[in-house]
Design a protein around this ligand. Structure first.
Ligand SMILES: [Zn+2]
Length: 236
């Protein structure tokens, strides 16, 4: 899937449709993402120039879409959280002596002095997610990087609004902690994508061939991640 680099550094994958009947370029942004329809003979360079000139508009539309649907978390008892794609109902209990978060894989228990303090609940839960994320992402990266015959890169967590992973020229990989809410194969895909950048710092055919070696069904995962995006951003 081709990708458009937005001003904030986000890569927005889009679907490209060529049609001999089209005379102009059409841009459509829906829940499924961006679809670009172009005349059969439009060159790649013309397409890229056009998308570049429209990228602020595209970004704005994508963000509007994202904000529109999924209601924000209100951090009430019984609310659904997610961990590795599994539902995790939130149980709050007032407890001033034993404040803790625990999770047995089927529910998340948060004990706090004041369970109406939603910003504290959010802070504690986010902190817990980040701890889980770092352990999980590190372990998955260790396994995948062996397939590339590369040394383990430094892993850090990010909280970027719209970006799931990044890899810099020093070979450091940053992964969005919110991914820990997603099913394992989605996390796996994002890590494979960033690890492939250790070999190819671009989105060339060579790059995608490396991704495919690590994660063959990367196209499906990319599409699924786009659909999950809002859900994963319920914790802002
Ligand atoms: Zn990339």
């Amino acid at each position: 899937m081709p990708e458009l680099a937005l001003a904030d550094g986000t890569r927005l994958p889009y679907e490209l449709k060529r049609s001999s009947k089209r005379r102009s370029i059409g841009l459509r942004i829906s829940e499924q993402g961006l679809v670009v329809s172009i005349p059969q003979r439009l060159s790649l360079r013309e397409l890229e120039a056009l998308l570049y000139s429209k990228r602020d508009w595209i970004q704005q539309k994508v963000q509007q879409q994202a904000a529109a649907k999924v209601p924000a978390l209100s951090w009430q008892n019984g609310e659904t959280l997610w961990l590795l794609g599994n539902r995790l109902p939130l149980y709050l209990a007032a407890d001033s002596r034993n404040r803790a978060i625990s999770c047995d894989g089927s529910r998340m228990d948060v004990r706090l002095t004041d369970i109406s303090d939603t910003s504290m609940i959010k802070r504690r839960v986010t902190q817990w997610y980040k701890q889980q994320a770092l352990v999980d992402f590190t372990r998955r990266t260790e396994l995948l990087v062996q397939k590339l015959g590369l040394p383990m890169p430094p892993i850090a967590l990010s909280s970027a609004r719209s970006r799931w992973g990044s890899c810099n020229s020093k070979g450091e990989i940053r992964l969005n902690w919110r991914l820990i809410q997603a099913p394992p194969h989605i996390i796996q895909y994002v890590i494979a994508h960033e690890l492939a950048h250790l070999k190819e710092m671009n989105h060339s055919a060579r790059f995608w061939a490396i991704v495919a070696r690590l994660f063959p069904s990367y196209r499906d995962a990319e599409a699924e991640l786009r659909q999950l995006s809002r859900q994963l951003h319920r914790i802002d």
